[in-house]
Design a protein around this ligand. Structure first.
Ligand code: SF4
Ligand code: SF4
Length: 80
């Protein structure tokens, strides 16, 4: 992982608003999984689409992202 990518993760992980999302699961909480838009989809958790609040997230605006459901579909780059 490049230093720049790690920097982006460190700076934005605490700003991620996934936790109150209806699609966020206990499995994801247990693994402290966040910032799926950068790090990619959840590796092990099984979940359903129950809405995605990414469009209201400040990180999405900061990084200029356009997509959603990153925990299921993968990072912005993986969804191109
Ligand atoms: S866009 Fe979604 S996955 Fe990315 S930081 Fe915001 S809430 Fe988390
Ligand atoms: S990536 Fe979107 S759908 Fe998944 S937990 Fe975060 S806000 Fe919810």
């Amino acid at each position: 992982m490049s230093d720049n990518r790690q920097k982006i993760i460190d700076e934005n992980k605490r700003k991620c608003i996934c936790e109150p999302c209806p699609s966020y699961t206990e499995c994801m909480r247990a693994g402290s999984e966040l910032l799926f838009c950068v790090t990619g989809k959840s590796p092990d958790c099984i979940f359903e689409k129950r809405g995605c609040i990414c469009p209201t997230c400040p990180v999405r605006a900061i990084l200029g992202l356009k997509k959603a459901y990153y925990c299921i579909k993968g990072a912005e780059q993986e969804q191109q």
